[in-house]
Design a protein around this ligand. Sequence first.
Ligand code: GLN
Length: 547
Amino acid sequence: MSDRKYIFVTGGVVSSIGKGIATAGIGRLLRNRGFTVAPVKLDPYINVDAGTMNPYQHGEVFVTEDGAETDLDLGHYERFIDVYCSAASSVTTGSVYRTVIDKERRGDYLGATVQVIPHITNEIKDRIKRAGEIDGADIVIGEIGGTVGDIEGLPFLEAIRQMKKDVGAENVMYVHVTFVPAVGPWGEIKTKPTQHSVIKLREIGIAPDLLICRTEHPMSEDIKEKISLFCDVDKSAVIESMNAETIYEIPLIYERAGVGDTVTKRLRLPENEPDLREWTEIVGRVKSPRSEVRIGIVGKYTHNGDAYKSIDEALHHGGISNHTKVNIAWIESSDLEAMDVAKALSGLDAMVVAPGFGSRGIEGKIAAIRYARENDIPFLGICLGMQLAVVEFARNVCGLENATSEEFDPTSEHCVIHLLPDQHGVTTKGGTMRLGSYPCTIEDGTLAARLFGQKKTHDRHRHRFEVNNDYRETLKSNGMTCCGVSPDYRLVEMVEIASHSFFIGTQAHPEFKSRPNRPHPLFAGLVEAAVAHRAKRTGSAAIAVGE
Ligand code: GLN
């Protein structure tokens, strides 16, 4: 395909209506039709990247292979479209201004007055185009963060408006994700908010080609007609989008609703037959599981599930490969500190101890790990979760009293976790951790070797601390093996306890690479172990769903 196509997704009426999943869903639908897709998120906030943002406010920080700290929507894109995003897939106001100001300081603008239009908008357009060039994608799909009408989003909307002029009207399409509420005692469906948000878009010069209407109630033909008339969008391009039983059904729902046909017609793409087999199989497995387990996520941001979005999804991927429904129990680690841990954690078939920073809740996490270790509950520790598994083992098995991480008490006699050598002297926060994909060599005959089925693996990282090598021997002689190390043997990547049925910790973030069609081995393994644990616990080999 010679002319690259561009699809831009905006959101209207309210935030959090699932614009990221809609974007990812359209991306998947296009892949099902044989096109290559490069997603890009355009975020109007002034942070240079999401790395410095509080997960409570903004959800998890998603890390790409090349170590960019990005918005969690990139996780949706990777999981749905099955691509690898990169730093080029994430554009923020902060990063755009930073580039423009650097250029201005270098004198690149040759005395010009540097302005939002054209300098900022040109930089935004360059970034959008670059995202498509990297892998030579057929289609770039760009999601604009925030809601139409936000002041800070205006330069991005202006840039995507100009794109039509730059690359030709037949190569650009606008999708607006809007909310259609039902109000009053009779649950009357109201189209006015959608009309207004489309008016706002049109004021800027963008006429949407497709409307994805998020709604809790089915929309009648009359309602679609009305939206079509008032918003000047073909009725066939007014798409009803209700909550699906599983988000992975969305590409199939969109395909059935005609989104694929509308997009291919509008962009003059070849009308390839969609291949829906893989995704139909995934959805079928989610909807008809053969067993069911309860897995706890012990973390410190559990009141906002988005803070652990990729872990949540990866557990469900493990469920898909095991034909098992995974019910998540959110466990706030700081609450555990004042609770009877055995009572609070009873009924779990497996446990994940989540990544994190700072001391809040760490003793709760350590108590949970001890409970999993002593009661043979399948356990996966991720990053901080792995570091605390080492701390717990050092304290309660190796007898190293007060063992801890240097992150929490640099004066401790036994810092079994300490600062990575190249982190000494690092004082700034943004983008300064050990970030991105690194290799890991796996020891033969270990649980890790069985799960990965290969000697070498790569996973993404985001940390400043590591296992202190001075303690490797002590850990080993007491039963905790460093089953994964960096190829130069200097850095511990994974630990496990051989005497336990499933106890493994990783310094990496395996959740970022997991996909519904390709679950990460650690999550597939954990769910498999959870199924076995439940069978043991309940004394039956097969567990009926709904038990
Ligand atoms: N705070 C720990 C570190 O920086 C763990 C980081 C994490 O869990 N991502 O090493």
